[in-house]
Design a binder for this molecule. Structure first.
Ligand SMILES: Cc1ncc(COP(=O)(O)O)c(C=O)c1O
Length: 380
């Protein structure tokens, strides 16, 4: 049977074996409810507290600033909807970007339907926002700024630190969707001056349906999920202790040193892929910033003259899994809103592009074999 090579790690990553071991062991040993003050509950609470500490340290936050959620979508919804509703007495204007994930765009659309006004910052052909546009959009009634750390389709990195500095003396609450940045970027929430930050475990070799929302001390945005008093009354629902223990394990495996090593290796893969494609005379262009300006694990390519759907099917048949865009838009015939924001709707580029995304489990041979397969498809 054909063994598929997985190059769609921006959609999701395989769980690390150590994470699976931790989850399995915790499932077997610790079934207690972390909110109950009995022997089993205390065991679960111990694991929860330890995981919260490890995770808080990974972004230089306090453990009390970490709220476990069901993943990136919930974190984004909570940060955006709850903040806007709580702050509307100060204004109804929000700033975001035109290339956010749907988990940010849909809550913003919902808020627009309630009478909020959203400015979507445009991006240039590299997928970058312009800080002057941001400055010009900022108003006295702006209550929320939501700018993603790393774009999931083209890997562009946003200037969060500069935005944080510009917001230092402004009332607006600063949220970032760091779902695609958490695995590769070194994050210090105080240095970035963000108030809210969303992550997701399944993008860093952890389990699915789990993430956390960082909420700066004292912010007190209302919960999105109401019910029990879990997560210090900020997110109701019995915590999934085995999955949370697995998430903490994934974070430990991806510490600062590992991030550096992985980034270095994946950047080499990216450079290799591009140079090999050029050597094979494949007619392509990179969608996104220069490779030194983007995250090392995401590469979006315009393969000139070949529709995305054909590339996807032929590569799949050859044993290579890539994406036609973000996971949520893949499968639909809608061209990517990110590529449209970068290049307009009138270029064939938006229907002839693929996203290749790497993970630490990929090997050099995966890249070389992928180039060979893609070259063959293009020649045929
Ligand atoms: C940038 C970004 N934000 C949010 C999400 C949603 O995260 P989750 O799948 O954990 O809900 C994703 C997932 O693809 C993403 O890439």
């Amino acid at each position: 049977m054909l063994k598929h090579v997985y190059l769609d790690n921006a959609a999701t990553t395989p769980m690390a074996p150590e994470v699976i071991d931790t989850i399995t062991k915790t499932m077997q040993d610790t079934f207690g409810n972390a909110s109950t003050p009995n022997y089993f509950g205390r065991q679960a609470r111990g694991i929860l507290d330890q995981a919260r500490l490890i995770i808080a340290q990974s972004i230089k936050a306090q453990p009390s600033e970490i709220i476990f959620t069901s993943g990136g979508s919930e974190g984004d919804n909570n940060a955006i909807i709850s903040t806007a509703l709580a702050q509307q007495h100060l204004g109804k204007h929000i700033i975001s970007t035109s290339i956010e994930h749907e988990a940010v765009l849909k809550p913003l659309k919902y808020l627009e339907s309630l009478g909020f006004e959203v400015t979507y910052l445009p991006v240039d052909k590299q997928g970058q926002i312009n800080l002057d546009d941001f400055k010009n959009s900022l108003r006295s009634d702006t209550i929320l700024v939501s700018v993603m750390m790393v774009n999931n389709e083209v890997g562009a990195i946003n200037p969060l630190k500069k935005i944080g500095q510009l917001l230092q003396h402004h009332q607006a609450i600063f949220h970032t969707d760091a779902v695609q940045g958490y695995g590769s970027q070194s994050i210090d929430v105080n240095d970035l001056q963000v108030d809210l930050l969303t992550t997701s475990a399944h993008k860093i070799n952890g389990p699915k349906m789990l993430g956390f929302l960082y909420e700066r001390q004292g912010l007190k945005i209302p919960p999105l999920i109401r019910g029990g008093d879990q997560e210090t009354k900020r997110r109701a629902g019995t915590e999934n202790i085995p999955a949370i223990a697995g998430f903490a394990e994934a974070v430990k495996l991806n510490d600062a040193k590992s991030k550096l090593a992985n980034n270095k290796r994946l950047l080499q893969y990216k450079q290799l892929l591009i140079s090999q494609l050029a050597q094979q005379n494949v007619d392509f262009e990179i969608n996104g910033p220069d490779i030194s300006q983007a995250v090392p694990n995401i590469l979006n390519l315009w393969i000139k003259g070949i529709p995305t759907s054909i590339l996807q099917i032929k590569l799949d048949l050859a044993g290579f899994v890539i994406s036609g865009g973000s996971a949520c838009t893949a499968g639909s015939l809608e061209p990517s809103h990110v590529l449209q924001a970068m290049f307009g709707a009138q270029t064939p580029r938006i229907n002839e592009s693929i996203r290749i995304s790497f993970n630490k489990f990929n090997q050099k041979d995966d890249i070389l074999n992928f180039v060979q397969a893609l070259t063959q498809i293009v020649r045929n």
